[in-house]
Write a new protein. Structure first.
Length: 192
């Protein structure tokens, strides 16, 4: 039976950007016809934690995927990077509209505000050519989305596995290797 996988990417956020490498990677993946999974794409999420999180959570509820792979751009990286943890950054929970629900500043870095993927990242990356494991999701919209999705899955007691992958700028020199490693991550995830 095919595994249902939700893949997300972000839109650009700077005027000089022509594209977001996370979306470029998913567009390249969508052109591949040989993958044995039910891939569902949520392209060009807004670069806003609350808007992006609400769209992803709505899609999770609609699709009920087996796995979620959230992707974001990491222009300073040279290879794929799989994030292990996400820190709460004081953003409002997706389902909250009350401003008193914002986390106090002193609790932002407390252990209670760190969530970890339930995926065994070491197993996930067996056979990958050039993928790094990261414990710093970047303090930007990527970390906010990852934290929100992990928190939603935990609070809802859903057994859906979720990872976040940072994608470097894609070019002719790295595209084939990055796609190969990303497909390997998808295939390995579907086996976990």
């Amino acid at each position: 039976m095919q595994k249902k996988i939700l893949l997300t990417s972000f839109d650009i956020w700077l005027s000089q950007q022509e594209s977001n490498s996370s979306d470029d990677l998913l567009l390249a993946l969508a052109k591949m016809a040989s993958l044995p999974h039910d891939l569902n794409f949520l392209h060009r999420l807004p670069v806003d934690v609350q808007l992006a999180s609400s769209r992803v959570i709505a899609k999770i509820n609609e699709l009920q995927p087996d796995y979620i792979i959230c992707c974001g751009m990491a222009a300073s990286c040279s290879q794929l990077s799989v994030e292990v943890i996400a820190r709460g950054t004081g953003i409002l929970p997706v389902e909250s509209i009350n401003s008193t629900d914002i986390l106090p500043i002193e609790s932002i870095n407390s252990p209670e505000n760190i969530l970890q993927t339930t995926v065994d990242i070491e197993k996930l990356l067996v056979g990958a050519a050039a993928v790094e494991i990261s414990y710093d999701c970047g303090k930007f919209v990527c970390e906010g989305l990852y934290y929100s999705v992990l928190d939603y899955l935990h609070q809802s007691q859903l057994s859906i596995k979720c990872i976040f992958v940072h994608v470097p700028i894609l070019n002719q020199e790295n595209l084939i290797e990055i796609i190969a490693d990303f497909v390997l991550i998808i295939n390995n995830l579907a086996l976990l």
